[in-house]
Write a protein that binds this ligand. Sequence first.
Ligand code: ZN
Length: 257
Amino acid sequence: MVSENYLKKVNLSADVYSVCIQHALTTEKQEIMGLLIGEVNEEERVSNISACVILHRSDKQPDRVEISPEQLCTASMHADQLTKKLCKPMRVLGWYHSHPHITVWPSHVDIRTQAMYQTMDPMFVGLIFSVFQSDTNNSKNQIQVTCFQAHDKGSDFERKEIDLSIIPSPFQKYNLEEIAKFSKILSQEEVECGDSKVNDIHDELCTLHNDAFKTLTLVHIVSKVTRPLCESLEERKQIIYLLTKELEHIKLELGGD
Ligand SMILES: [Zn+2]
């Protein structure tokens, strides 16, 4: 039975929002997923999400996202480390996944998965990022996000939308570290997927073909994910450097120490 004590609001820090969007944009073929970490105000039923963990997919079926107990455990350990580092009670508060080329609304499977998490934690929340949806009017890619919980309707569950606010925040080191994992996780998934397919093949031509295909996929990850990511981070670094210089100049003019 899902508790009726729903969340009233979710505050999502802008850097976590940015990690989720960039994660969702790494692939348009499958859904990606991750877990959300932060603090919750139980009295006001407000969730403040300020960190996340991106997850590795063991099952790369389209429209299937499953979080293993091991992954939940790893995320809880990450939350414990953040609790010590930030001196505030951080815990896993929810999950996110992407819907490439499809509507942002949760499927029946998503709502049932969400209901299962809510039985363990009534404050648990789900975020869905719809990406690679083209707008028919100007053919530009659209990104949509929804924040939801499951509502118990007796015979089944239905979606309950939760108020979501994106809170401005600078990039925290632990969130930048998650972005840095994208290429590693994507490459690992490709290598594992390729290895599981070629295990029983003893034909040399087939092995050569599969190896070439794997190389091509890895090159694709570098050119489409790693390189643009490095370039955007370099640009961000340059902007921060210029801003720092400007602030130092203003400080000097004002005669500060
Ligand atoms: Zn879904």
